[in-house]
Design a protein around this ligand. Structure first.
Ligand code: SF4
Ligand code: SF4
Length: 92
């Protein structure tokens, strides 16, 4: 099954609280590769050209934890969403 098909099986119960925070925006300005913008399977991170910062679409997070270890500067503070919120699977 392709990833896009699997993502169709995902359900979200979005929390109003953002469970992902960029700790230091200045580090992102200096970050050459901006790994977060291509490592995340849900495309949560995007470079905002106008605001010169990483935009975080936390609502689509699949809770895989990859970004937390992939950021070379340890600049992503990531926690699980509060109980009852976040992702679940239709067939599981
Ligand atoms: S990889 Fe880390 S430091 Fe680099 S842009 Fe993303 S959050 Fe910022
Ligand atoms: S935990 Fe996974 S899905 Fe969520 S933002 Fe990080 S890399 Fe993306």
């Amino acid at each position: 099954m392709k990833l896009d098909d699997k993502l169709y099986l995902v359900r979200f119960n979005t929390d109003k609280l953002n469970h992902i925070k960029i700790t230091n925006g200045d580090l992102c300005l200096k970050c050459k590769d901006k790994v977060c913008t291509f490592i995340c399977p849900a495309h949560v991170y995007d470079w905002d050209e106008e605001e010169n910062r990483i935009a975080v679409g936390y609502e689509g997070c699949l809770e895989c934890g990859t970004c937390r270890v992939a950021c070379p500067h340890g600049n992503i503070k990531w926690d699980y969403p509060r109980g009852g919120f976040g992702v679940s699977w239709k067939n599981g």
